[in-house]
Design a binder for this molecule. Structure first.
Ligand code: DGT
Ligand code: CA
Ligand code: CA
Length: 576
């Protein structure tokens, strides 16, 4: 869904139009369109594709054209035209609340201020109070607003889906352009936490100066925050902080253990160390009595010396993993290589970008043995959903492809049904025999009361053909809370009906999350599917985030159905 992004562009357009002295009616129209788009219930790209944009109140043909232009080209001509006339980053300046486009323009005209940094400096130097229309009070407010911005930045966490690829890109850049030897991405990324505060990278090198210099030149650099001999911190142009540390090879293991965290896990570990007469820190493990260093080159050293097996990073949250390690009872966590197929994929038949064949080929490249195509079903108001006739057509195409691909790989005809507000799904139960696998999820009526929501989901869980509930709580990270359900009751119902929950691997969803999946297994013995919900063939790569969540939930291969081999999986779904 690109609503937020498109809405942003129209806010920008409104501000710039105002600066350019455009007719106030137009300025208002842009701002109104921005608000409308922001609050649309469904994806704007669907409406654009169906030519229905002008049916939205407040969106005329001129604005509709601009929306289409943006969706297709990533640019709005008019916006580019305005931008070329404004010699500073209005978007950045506008973040300082209370300033507005006119204020930003005045500051530029009188003082040549182009950035928030420049603004801060001018305010601290007392240069703003004497400007016409500004004054002392305004100068103070600007400083306050800038401090507020900083604070917001500190509180902001980003998705693992953004942080992990970014960290990998940076490591890659360092590998190519500087003399690093060993490296490890640490912190919350290594633990595969769903959101990340900042990125922590550790490397070893004989020439730390060169490494630091290279790091301060990464292409996505916005600002160098701290620059030292062994630690440099930068801010990327998306305002994500990255800390790079160069450590001694003999301390590398202890350092990555320390900086992987979590802090809670490390505290527990240190307490255990003290009891055993050791001290651990980022430099190594030391015997307290003699002060002698007894380990730290390898991460395993730290755990070894405490009499523990190495604990996988995803478990290091002080959720009983140290106790479990002490009892030599750690689960053998599921791994990416255990996955034999994806259970949740969309194609062009509904709202995906690729054909079934393209998606299947990608799945084969990933080493999968099967894939379940789960295009959306057509409930009222789901523009891109399919009718039974269309599923039959999809089924025929799948049969053809299966014939073509032969024995080693199979495409299953699945469906993502809508759990409708009245507790039914798109089609009568008899019609569902058409499908190899039926999944269902809530997509509409998200704000229903808990009572109603529970009734409708439980009702669908009781339908015999429906075995997987996708993105069970409906939360979208950083965007919306899940709908109002009593999860405990749903888990109970799943146990009673033999329904499985999905761990949706899309990094914006990760639903069920780690805690809920852990509980579902521990208290109710439930099994899961891990599906990417991919809407393009590239989306299949999101599986790693689902695996991360599964590992954080202490899941093993046996807890996840799409680790079954093709033959086992076929048998399993036939037994439903
Ligand atoms: P984040 O960045 O908020 O997503 O979470 P982390 O876990 O990456 O935390 P961060 O970046 O503040 O620190 C990285 C790791 O370094 C952290 O997981 C454990 C370790 N660490 C940092 N500060 C302390 C501390 O004061 N005490 C202990 N024991 N460990 C710390
Ligand atoms: Ca961190
Ligand atoms: Ca950090």
């Amino acid at each position: 869904m690109r609503n937020k992004e498109v809405s942003q562009k129209f806010y920008e357009l409104a501000s710039l139009a105002e600066l350019a002295g455009e007719n106030p009616f137009k300025v208002n129209a842009y701002a109104r369109a921005a608000r409308t788009i922001e609050n649309l219930p469904g994806p704007i790209e669907d409406l654009a594709r169906d030519g229905k944009l002008t049916e939205i109140r407040g969106i005329g043909s001129g604005i509709a054209k601009k929306i289409v232009q943006y969706l297709e080209t990533g640019k709005i001509e008019k916006l580019e035209e305005f931008k070329s006339k404004v010699p500073f980053s209005l978007l950045e300046m506008e973040k300082v609340s209370g300033l507005g486009p006119k204020g930003a323009m005045a500051l530029y005209k009188h003082l040549g201020i182009k950035t928030v940094e420049g603004l801060k400096k001018a305010a601290l130097d007392g240069k703003i109070r004497s400007l016409p229309g500004f004054g002392l009070k305004k100068e103070e407010n600007i400083l306050k607003a800038i401090q507020g911005l900083r604070k917001k930045k500190e509180e902001k966490r980003v998705s693992i889906g953004l942080a992990l690829p970014l960290a990998e890109t940076i490591v890659d850049f360092l590998k190519r352009n500087s003399p690093i030897e060993r490296f490890q991405i640490c912190g919350s990324i290594r633990r595969m936490k769903e959101t990340v505060g900042d990125i922590d990278i550790l490397v070893t090198s004989k020439e730390s100066e060169k490494v630091m210099k290279t790091f301060a030149e990464v292409p996505m650099l916005k600002d160098v925050l701290v620059s030292g001999e062994t630690k440099t911190s930068i801010l990327t142009n998306e305002n994500i902080q990255v800390d790079l540390r160069v450590v001694e090879p003999l301390s590398f293991g202890a350092a990555i253990q320390y900086f992987t965290g979590s802090k809670q896990h490390n505290i527990k570990l240190r307490e255990l160390a003290i009891k055993k007469g050791y001290k651990i820190n980022e430099y190594g493990v030391f015997e307290v009595k003699s002060g002698k260093k007894v380990g730290g080159e390898r991460e395993e050293d730290v755990y070894d010396l405490l009499g523990l097996p190495w604990i996988p990073p995803e478990m290091r949250e002080d959720r009983g993993e140290i106790e479990s390690a002490m009892a030599n009872d750690l689960p053998i966590l599921i791994e990416s290589s255990d996955i034999k197929g994806d259970t949740h994929v969309h194609t062009r038949y509904s709202d995906g970008a690729n054909t079934i064949e393209e998606v299947a080929k990608k799945a084969m490249e990933l080493g999968y043995e099967y894939i379940v195509i789960t295009d959306h079903a057509r409930a009222l108001g789901v523009a891109s959903g399919l009718s039974i006739e269309e599923y039959k057509r999809e089924g025929r195409e799948i049969a053809e492809l299966n014939k073509k691909f032969g024995d080693g790989f199979r495409i299953f005809l699945g469906v993502e049904l809508n759990i409708l507000s009245n507790g039914s799904v798109d089609f009568p139960e008899e019609a569902l025999d058409l499908f190899d696998i039926c999944t269902a999820g809530v997509h509409t009526g998200l704000t229903q009361s808990k009572d109603k929501m529970m009734k409708r989901i439980k009702n669908v869980m009781r339908m015999k053909k429906i075995k997987i509930i996708v993105h069970p709580t409906g939360r979208v990270i950083g965007e919306r809370e899940g709908y109002d359900v009593d999860l405990e009751e749903l888990l109970e119902e799943a146990k009673n009906t033999g329904t499985m929950f999905e761990i949706n691997a899309n990094p914006k969803r990760l639903d069920l999350n780690d805690i809920n999946a852990l509980r579902a297994k521990k208290m109710y013995g439930l099994r899961f599917s891990i599906g990417t919900d991919a809407h393009s063939k590239e989306g299949l790569a999101d599986m790693k985030y689902g695996i991360g969540i599964a590992r954080r939930a202490w899941l093993t291969k046996n807890d996840v159905i799409n680790t079954l081999s093709l033959r086992e999986f076929e048998k399993f779904i036939k037994s439903w």
